[in-house]
Design a protein around this ligand. Structure first.
Ligand code: ADP
Ligand code: MG
Length: 329
């Protein structure tokens, strides 16, 4: 049975991240606030470059140079990860917060056998012996639907297909039944069968262990299947956040509406994929007004004359950053 989403386990508050590049200060994340709740999946969607990956990396304390967290807190069980000692943060990462990224080739060590890499995680965070870790690793890989796990343990990342590598990464991420899982486009580049298998593993993790999952994806089909809540990102800000059904049935921000229009629909073959016109703003020279204004079909004189709108509540659990939101009956 489905239990309702629980208490917030990660609270991101007023997060700002900038990259100090040669060309200027790239304002990648501009003051976002959201929570991940136990036993709940939050999908984060938005065009490429909207700040989704940087947000994920911020939670994990992995923002790369020349990026910096300028402001904000990331509370994990009430403790701020942003100011936590790097050593303590490393212990949280991998044990209590698992992660899986789009390209597992970059997260797996190419010169170390798969078995050793899975075992390392178990040895680092538990008091298992090497032999116990080996058996455990084999079980984890089998559970992830990887066949012939004893052979797999001896193989190297390059010997596996992309889908197998992704499942190895998931095995590692889920090995210690983390309370939180950050999954950044975990099924892009995979065929639909593999995608379905991995998504069902994520759902299982949520249902059986109450894991809070941040699922970053550009696939609205995945969102519809998986997410309890959706946060829509645009130019480093959350522009709408609501329960999944509300996002699909009552999208309030014109950008959210546009995202939904751009999905091809199986029930209407004549309806072509309609990519949204225009481009997101330059993050080095962000305008003071609403960053979506130049692309917006609802733009008004109020929008042009005002600083960018803040998120405000429409109804229970549904917030939008727009002066002229779309109204539904
Ligand atoms: N290493 C970097 N140096 C400079 N800018 C970066 C770097 N990484 C990311 N950015 C900037 O941060 C923005 C957000 O990136 P990202 O979070 O990866 O977007 P998304 O995951 O939504 O596609 C990008 O538009 C880019 O301008
Ligand atoms: Mg990304």
């Amino acid at each position: 049975m489905q239990t309702p989403p629980g208490t917030p386990i990660i609270q991101v508050e007023g997060l700002r991240v900038a990259f100090f590049s040669r060309e200027g200060v790239v304002k990648a994340v501009n003051g976002i606030t959201f929570s991940l709740r136990e036993n709940s999946i939050l999908a984060m969607v938005g065009e490429s470059g909207s700040g989704k990956t940087v947000t994920a990396l911020s939670i994990l304390g992995l923002v790369p140079y020349p990026g910096r967290i300028m402001e904000g807190r990331v509370l994990f069980n009430g403790v701020d990860l942003v100011t936590m000692h790097p050593e303590a943060l490393r212990r949280v990462r991998g044990k209590e917060i698992g992660m899986v990224f789009q390209d597992p080739m970059s997260s797996l060590n190419p010169s170390i056998a798969i078995g050793i890499q899975v075992e390392e995680v178990l040895l680092a965070h538990t008091d298992a012996t090497r032999q116990e870790a080996r058996i455990w690793a084999q079980e984890l890989l089998t559970e992830m639907g990887l066949p012939d796990s004893s052979r797999l343990l001896k193989q190297y990342p390059f010997q596996l297909s992309g889908g197998m590598r992704q499942r190895v990464m998931l095995s590692i991420a889920m090995a210690l039944r983390p309370k939180v899982l950050i999954a950044d486009e975990p099924t892009s580049n995979l065929d639909t069968t593999l995608q379905a298998a991995i998504l069902s593993q994520l759902r299982k993790l949520k249902q059986e262990h109450g894991t809070a999952i941040l699922l970053i994806t550009h696939d609205m089909g995945v969102v519809a299947q998986m997410a309890d809540q959706v946060a829509v990102m645009y130019a480093g800000s959350i522009v709408e956040h609501a329960a999944t059904a509300n996002i699909f049935q009552r999208p309030a921000h014109p950008y959210t509406w546009g995202l939904l229009q751009s999905i091809p629909r199986l029930d209407d073959a004549s309806r072509k994929l309609r990519p949204m016109g225009g481009r997101p703003p330059d993050l080095i020279n962000l305008p003071d007004e609403c960053p979506f204004l130049p692309r917006c079909f609802k733009a008004s004189t109020l929008c042009r004359a005002s600083p960018r709108p803040a998120l405000r509540p429409l109804q229970e659990g549904h917030v939008v950053a727009c002066f002229n939101e779309i109204k539904h009956e």
